[in-house]
Design a protein around this ligand. Structure first.
Ligand SMILES: [Zn+2]
Length: 89
């Protein structure tokens, strides 16, 4: 039987945990136990798998632009990106 059906309550709890901690997971800000919870759940849950993949793409794109979540000067760089996008470049 699929684990989601066998443990519906636990699945819901892990699903919320993964959603709430997805960005910390990708920033490597979670402890070992937290990472294992996210990785384990993402293997069972297509939605969380896709969420992590989408966030990973976004963060990689931001890093290529020379910024990332939590870095100093973040908002200045983000403003610059928005200005460039508005200018069509
Ligand atoms: Zn999930």
């Amino acid at each position: 039987m699929h684990p989601m059906l066998r443990h519906p309550l636990r699945f819901g709890r892990e699903h919320r945990f993964t959603f709430e901690h997805a960005s910390q997971y990708l920033d490597d800000d979670l402890d070992e136990a937290g990472r294992e919870r996210v990785e384990h759940h993402a293997r069972l849950c297509p939605k969380c798998h896709e969420l992590l993949a989408a966030l990973h793409r976004t963060i990689s794109a931001l890093r290529e632009l020379g910024t990332g979540p939590g870095e100093p000067g973040d908002s200045d760089v983000a403003d610059g990106v928005i200005a460039r996008l508005r200018a069509g470049r």
